[in-house]
Design a protein around this ligand. Structure first.
Ligand SMILES: [Zn+2]
Length: 600
């Protein structure tokens, strides 16, 4: 039995009461004078500024200095050559091909791809979904494509595959948003380097885009696209603080966010950097109350290296993360104005109930979550780590509509995201305090719960819904029965397992039965997270494109488009058979883990 003098609830209240915004304000004031472009002096200044605070408080920390592969946009232009010469203001996303002093010239063709309705479809590409590779290819081949939206990696990859010579994205509003267009996650390796975009990409604003489209509709338009990017390996700061736990210091929770920014990047992500620093301060102050270790990390290379910092960490500390990491928690764009709601938050199913309760207890607000996107610094899915949060508080949908705001990927849905206007006016300190409360409560509960509060019965339920959906799409053309049967067996084993675990929740963290149960729960994550979020192997990195649930079985959706017995249908069925084999084997492996065998 636990003999704590102070209850978990009291610890929570004590840490919450210690929260202050003084240091957060100081950080935001300092960061508003910097442009934290990755690899720049300002980024180093920012990291050293935080490190100096950590040092003054006595928080143990390491400032790593890896070389990361970055592509930093420097200049771009779009010149109309005919009919009437003029220049349109343009930006280029990171990892566009650089034309350098030259330009890419050609005729413009308009290809509609639409704007994202909400943040959940921001990374989608309707080109492949519509299956118009045949219809579009002839018109697109050798042309410069004008289309809607942000220069997202999937759209760029799809249009490049159809033979476009260059791409022009008309952004959804007055602003031109910065971004990154490669699908390569982190530094390239032999498997991924071929996916680096080979064509120049520019973004223009909506009024300019509509004027250009009107011209294209009226007759032939010839343009020259110029882009200049600084690409290469650059030394960047990776700052990691570590506050050791008192009872099980070997196990750690990783909480992290990116330190680099576009322009001032106050809402994205100086507020997150300030949150991480305040968490370091209060957890250090109450370090005697933490049973497990917390690691707090600030990543470079998020914006211009496709999560290069967190990916470097995942690659460099892979074995430690595999053996000892309990969960990863991402902090991006908290504390922004008008972000009064906790909806659409990224979290995995095993923490669905956990996160809702934590947010309710911390703020009194009801929260809703969704499947994490293949985005943000979720660089740990291939290792298989339970994960929650990325963006947190957000503007209510009605207010967003009211303001005429389109979907963006941060800043609490403020459309100054990824522009020169992401400045101090985006900060709301009351909301930042609420968000800090959410982080404190959520993290403390994972750090201190004897048994990890992750319910994989919820994951099994999610898999059931996924399989039902795929079976419905495939109809009689494929039988998901074997996967269903394996899932059914796992579900009953999970019921038995969590029934036994229930009796351990009041024991100390170091109790051997508690340790065994925790090891099994982490092992479940190592098996089931990769199964649900990746196609590549463990210790690799999947591309930055949308990844459907149980991705091996997702081709079910394509079966209906091909007649039974056709070559295409057979190829899809072959994919599904191999995919089913991976799924069934993984579910059986998970069963052995909860039954106490096969732990490795
Ligand atoms: Zn961000």
């Amino acid at each position: 039995m636990r003999v704590d003098a102070v209850s978990d609830h009291e610890i929570e209240q004590q840490v919450l009461q210690s929260l202050s915004l003084d240091d957060a304000r100081a950080l935001l004031d300092r960061f508003s004078t910097l442009v934290r472009e990755s690899g720049s002096r300002d980024e180093w200044t920012a990291a050293r500024w935080i490190a100096a605070r950590l040092k003054s408080w006595g928080v143990p920390h390491t400032l790593h200095d890896p070389e990361l592969f970055l592509s930093v946009p420097k200049a771009a232009s779009l010149e109309i050559r005919t009919p009437a010469p003029r220049t349109i203001r343009a930006k280029t996303p990171a990892f566009s091909a650089s034309t350098g002093r030259g330009s890419v010239r050609g005729r413009v063709v308009y290809v509609p791809t639409g704007y994202a309705e909400g943040v959940e479809s921001l990374f989608d590409s309707p080109i492949a979904a519509a299956g118009n590779g045949g219809a579009g290819r002839k018109e697109i081949q050798g042309k410069i494509v004008l289309t809607e939206g942000l220069a997202t990696p999937k759209k760029v990859a799809d249009l490049a595959a159809l033979g476009a010579r260059a791409l022009i994205f008309m952004n959804p509003g007055q602003a031109i948003h910065e971004g990154i267009c490669t699908t390569i996650w982190g530094a390239p390796d032999l498997d991924s380097m071929g996916r680096k975009p080979a064509i120049p990409v520019v973004a223009i604003n909506r009024p300019d885009g509509q004027a250009l489209k009107a011209q294209v509709d009226a007759g032939p338009v010839e343009v020259a696209v110029k882009t200049k990017l600084d690409e290469g390996w650059k030394r960047c700061p990776v700052l990691v603080a570590e506050i050791p736990g008192t009872e099980d210091p070997e196990r750690f929770v990783l909480v992290h966010g990116h330190i680099d920014s576009w322009h001032q990047g106050i809402g994205d992500n100086a507020t997150g950097d300030a949150s991480l620093m305040e968490l370091a301060r209060v957890f250090w102050q109450h370090r005697g109350r933490l049973r497990r270790t917390v690691r707090i990390a600030w990543w470079p290379g998020h914006s211009t290296g496709r999560y290069a910092g967190s990916t470097w960490y995942a690659d460099t500390f892979a074995q430690e993360l595999d053996e000892r990491c309990v969960a990863q928690v991402d902090i991006d764009s908290p504390g922004c104005r008008w972000a009064t709601e906790y909806t659409g938050i990224s979290w995995m199913s095993e923490v669905d109930a956990f996160c809702k309760t934590a947010i309710l207890d911390a703020t009194g607000a009801d929260a809703s979550g969704e499947r994490p996107h293949q985005a943000g610094d979720y660089s740990f899915n291939n290792i298989g780590i339970t994960s929650f949060y990325m963006l947190l508080s957000t503007m209510p949908e009605a207010l967003r509509k009211d303001k005429g705001y389109y979907a963006v990927g941060g800043c609490g849905a403020n459309i100054q995201w990824h522009t020169e206007d992401d400045t101090m006016e985006l900060v709301d300190y009351d909301i930042l305090m609420n968000d800090l409360r959410v982080y404190v409560v959520s993290l403390l509960r994972v750090l201190n719960a004897p048994v990890h509060p992750f319910d994989f019965r919820l994951v099994a339920q999610e898999f059931g819904r996924t399989l039902d959906g795929y079976q419905q799409q495939a109809g009689p053309a494929f039988d998901f029965g074997p996967a269903r049967a394996a899932l059914g067996r796992l579900e009953s084993d999970l019921e038995a397992f969590y029934g036994q675990v229930q009796e351990l929740t009041r024991r100390p963290v170091g109790d051997p039965a508690v340790q065994t149960a925790c090891a099994a729960i982490r092992r479940l994550a190592r098996i089931l997270v990769p199964l649900n979020f990746t196609r590549e192997g463990r210790f690799r990195h999947d591309p930055a494109v949308p990844i459907p649930p149980l991705p091996d079985l997702a081709p079910a959706a394509a079966l209906a488009r091909h007649p039974a017995g056709s070559h295409e249908a057979r190829v899809i069925q072959m994919s599904l058979l191999r995919g089913t084999n991976r799924v069934v084997a993984a579910l059986n492996h998970a069963r052995r883990v909860v039954a106490g065998e096969g732990r490795n």
